[in-house]
Design a protein around this ligand. Structure first.
Ligand SMILES: [Zn+2]
Length: 225
């Protein structure tokens, strides 16, 4: 999961430091959240570990690495891909701000699950590479945010704050638009293929909002194998 650096708030007053400590996230908590959402998570995520520091890097709150890897930003630690691939989820103690809801924490756990399963070809969705790093990132992030946006609108994570609801929509829109722009410039006709997996943000919100129950699969989200 990659974030823009500017969203990292800095306030070092003692009260907030105490709050941050109280809200530390542990690998055990992340495992518990993953297991509650997906009993099969272990088929794609072999373990959850802390990164090398307690504080997350400025542009990253969590990420996948290959077995033995430690830093999601290091290309040498890039996650394994292909059918049956498993990867390690790297988290940081301060990855969730103290004000984040439990629903948001579950949403982020699910986001990482999606990435891991997609990399392992566990969905019927192309694991495409475009030879351009920003396009690859936009494609994979758009898919993962579409997944969690759809499931959040169905209530699978429980309540999110207004700020969080708005954030998940804007994350999807941001990556969707970046990828749409890339495809439009390179080969607009290819959208007939990729657009099947990436509904327009407005239509996704509309469709997911009308889903009758939380048990209904995402209307335009990724299909399972
Ligand atoms: Zn992500």
């Amino acid at each position: 999961m990659r974030w823009r650096p500017l969203i990292v708030a800095v306030c070092l007053c003692p009260l907030q430091l105490a709050g941050l400590r109280a809200a530390e996230t542990t690998p055990e908590q992340m495992v518990s959240m993953l297991a509650s959402l997906h009993p099969d998570y272990g088929a794609y995520i072999s373990s959850v570990r802390y990164g090398p520091t307690r504080l997350h890097p400025a542009t990253l709150y969590a990420g996948l690495v290959r077995s033995g890897g430690l830093d999601p930003r290091d290309p040498d630690h890039a996650p394994a891909t292909g059918r049956g691939a498993t990867n390690v989820l790297i988290i940081y103690a301060d990855m969730f701000e103290p004000w984040r809801s439990q629903g948001w924490r579950l949403l982020i756990a699910d986001h990482e699950y999606f990435h891991a399963r997609h990399l392992a070809r566990g969905f019927d969705i192309p694991l495409a590479g475009f030879g351009v790093r920003r396009a690859d990132t936009a494609y994979r992030e758009a898919l993962a945010w579409a997944w969690v946006l759809s499931r959040s609108l169905q209530g699978i994570y429980g309540p999110l704050s207004d700020r969080e609801r708005s954030e998940v929509s804007s994350r999807y829109t941001e990556h969707y638009e970046a990828f749409f722009e890339f495809v439009s410039e390179r080969q607009a006709s290819a959208w007939a293929h990729y657009g099947r997996f990436l509904p327009g943000p407005e239509s996704l919100i509309r469709q997911a909002s009308s889903a009758p129950t939380a048990a209904t699969p995402p209307p335009a989200g990724p299909a399972t194998r």
